[in-house]
Design a protein around this ligand. Structure first.
Ligand code: GLV
Ligand code: MG
Length: 357
């Protein structure tokens, strides 16, 4: 338990006051890059205008020999880049690694004002968040950081899933959670060898045809991640945090990637990771509410007037609950339209509509 009143107070003298509400900004794609790679660094200014979130990765996928170069590259990029209205996030090394302490000390004291969110991998329980929370406050004070840095947890161990509710409610810094299907599969001893997505062996099959036992029996592949995603979405929605699908490793399968992202979108997630430039557009398309649905939602809101009672629109009953769903759709479309002019046009919002987003 933490004293809820302490949520509004800094954990170290001189640290900025925590924000109580999660600042909701579009984060349809969290695009990972390797900050040790000088070629990538030159692409950053161009990428910033095309992305909601640019994430400098220090953890898995960065070779041990490159960990320090990645940290130094990240500090240089952070200091030299104007991120405009895009967000800059960092994935630090895991809390049991030999690199994480210096990751936090150096990035927060040398580039803390440029970092919106720190992504913490392999979070297992509230104790991990409490440790990062306290250390960040000390480092923010030391580095004279003005805006509190938020924390994003990756849900990628069996123990983390068992503790997801306490993780998400451990600190006001919690911005959200991503599902990490690759490490989670390993932690759970799942018999897969992939990074996210489905598996052809995880299926249900139609009953046998009593008239013809040899008739083919159609099967349907099931979603391996449904249970975890639903728990994560509930924990996040219950506490005002945001939920994300993580990585889809088969870059050569844009259709499978789009399906996995769309399942997450429909279930309540606001974004996913992009590991390759090809996945940026997929995430942008999937996590921007479809324009026809937004038009429909605006019509429902308008015809429902003060939101009470029921109306029939095209044979479909509308009431308090549907109008609330429609508001979620329109609010997220407005937020996106404010930073993505193509979608602003597709949604048909006027300048006045966008002004109140
Ligand atoms: C992400 O980090 C994952 O393990 O899926
Ligand atoms: Mg992982």
């Amino acid at each position: 338990m933490r004293n809820p009143r302490s949520f509004a107070k800094p954990l170290a003298i001189g640290a900025p006051t925590p924000e109580i509400d999660v600042p909701v900004r579009p984060s349809r794609m969290i695009h990972f890059f390797d900050p040790s790679n000088p070629r990538m660094a030159t692409k950053v200014p161009d990428l910033v205008g095309k992305l909601d979130v640019l994430l400098a990765n220090l953890e898995d996928a960065i070779e041990a020999d490159n960990k320090i170069a990645a940290r130094e590259g990240l500090i240089k990029i952070a200091r030299n880049t104007d991120f405009g209205d895009a967000q800059f996030w960092v994935r630090i090394n895991s809390l049991d690694s030999p690199w994480v302490l210096d990751d936090l000390i150096q990035i927060v004291t040398q580039a803390g004002d440029k970092i919106d969110v720190i992504m913490v991998p392999k979070v297992e329980g509230a104790w991990d968040i409490h440790y990062v929370d306290q250390l960040l406050a000390q480092l923010e004070a030391k580095g004279d950081v003005q805006k509190p840095i938020l924390v994003h947890a990756i849900l990628e161990t069996a123990l983390g899933v068992a503790n997801v509710e306490e993780i998400v409610s451990a600190s006001p810094r919690i911005q959200g959670i991503s599902l990490g299907p690759a490490d989670l599969a390993a932690s759970r001893r799942m018999k897969t060898t992939r990074v996210g997505g489905g598996h052809p062996g995880y299926l249900v099959r139609d009953d046998p045809d009593p008239e013809n036992e040899n008739a083919p029996r159609p099967t349907a592949q099931q979603d391996l991640w449904h249970y975890t995603m639903a728990r994560m979405v509930d924990a996040c929605a219950a506490t005002g945090a945001l939920a994300y699908y993580g990585p889809f490793g088969d870059i050569s399968d844009p259709i499978g990637c789009e399906d996995q992202f769309r399942n997450a979108f429909l279930l309540g997630c606001v974004g996913a990771w992009s590991l390759h430039p090809k996945q940026i557009e997929i995430a942008r398309r999937v996590f921007s509410p479809p324009p026809d649905e937004v038009r429909w939602a605006r019509r429902v809101i308008e015809e429902m007037g003060d939101g009470t009672g029921t109306v029939m629109i095209d044979g479909k009953m509308q009431d308090d609950a549907t109008v609330k769903q429609c508001r979620v759709m329109v609010e997220s479309a407005r937020l996106i339209a404010n930073r993505d002019s193509e979608y602003a046009e597709a949604y048909g919002f006027s300048a006045e509509d966008l002004a109140d987003a």
